[in-house]
Design a protein around this ligand. Structure first.
Ligand code: BGO
Length: 279
């Protein structure tokens, strides 16, 4: 059976290193990502050596602004691991889920390891994992990396999910969705200049459409588009900006945060809230 590649992705301080160490034990190698001084760690799952775990740098977003974001994003786009195990700090849910929503748009299966469950317990907070999983449309496993809880379940869930289709992306404001569909119809099947022999596929077209909507210069340069096609995309983006009344990057940021805020309200119960409703 071929090796499975699990990429560990998450915000800085979400507990990714702790989880990686627990998963791999001594089976790890450390180097640098090509061209940058960002540490690269890879290892094998200690219970199944055919599973390769690729630790990605801690990031808040898949924008191409910091060296860490560039490394993580290029790896996910070019290497396309079998599954992403997204480590989420449960005590900082909104900020962490912002990355999760972006990872879900890549067309790669995703599982969330909802970490710091022990801290949440101390804070007398509870997250309804079933509701959260339902709201995101992906599997979620509660973990505590320092207490060594839930770690094997998280990776084993990821290994199973690796053979399943990628998650259905969250759908946003219909005006944004219409723009994304229009961009998709222009770019489907287009060749990617950065990866020989690869093109925009049904799995990746949403990601590329979203990035073009954000006017991501790297993606624009990567797609073999004619100047007429580029102009058409620019018009779609400009019209949508006018209709919604915001710039395209902010439209996407706000849509993601609105979705997350509503979801978190439904899923997080604090004992303080419970006392308030009783009094
Ligand atoms: C320090 N529970 C708790 N309670 N802590 C956790 C958990 C968890 O589930 N997971 C991780 N941590 P990284 P990134 C530290 O280092 O794995 C802690 O950036 C300290 N250090 O132990 O490094 C973990 O790789 C001194 O905490 O995260 C670490 O994603 C005092 O969260 C921190 C207190 O974990 C970040 C904590 C000298």
């Amino acid at each position: 059976m071929a090796n499975k590649i699990v990429a560990l992705a998450g915000n800085p301080n979400s507990g990714k290193t702790s989880l990686f160490n627990e998963l791999t034990g001594a089976n790890q190698s450390v180097g640098n990502w090509p061209g940058v001084t960002v540490e690269r760690k890879e290892g094998h799952y200690r219970k199944d050596k055919s599973v390769i775990i690729q630790d990605l740098p801690g990031i808040y977003s898949l924008a191409p602004y910091t060296p860490e974001e560039v490394v993580a994003r290029n790896y996910l786009l070019q290497e396309r691991p079998d599954v992403i195990l997204n480590v989420v700090d449960g005590t900082n849910l909104e900020r962490n889920l912002y990355l999760s929503l972006q990872l879900m748009d890549l067309g790669i299966p995703v599982v969330v390891a909802l970490n710091m469950m022990d801290v949440l317990k101390k804070q007398k907070k509870e997250i309804n994992l079933e509701k959260l999983a339902y709201g995101l449309g992906i599997k979620i496993v509660g973990t505590s990396a320092v207490k060594r809880q839930g770690i094997d379940e998280a990776i084993e869930t990821a290994i199973k999910v690796a053979d399943q289709p990628a998650p259905q992306p969250i759908t946003y404001d219909p005006r944004l969705e219409t723009a994304l569909k229009e961009i998709t119809s222009i770019i489907e099947g287009k060749n990617l200049l950065s990866i020989a022999g690869r093109s925009v596929t049904p799995e990746t077209e949403r990601w590329y459409s979203m990035k073009l909507f954000e006017r991501d210069a790297q993606v624009l340069a990567d797609l073999a588009l004619t100047s007429a096609e580029k102009k058409e995309i620019d018009e779609i983006v400009s019209i949508t900006e006018k209709i919604i009344g915001d710039d395209s990057e902010s439209i996407l940021i706000n849509e993601r945060y609105d979705y997350i805020t509503k979801l978190v309200k439904l899923c997080v119960i604090s004992q303080e809230d419970f006392k308030l409703t009783l009094s």
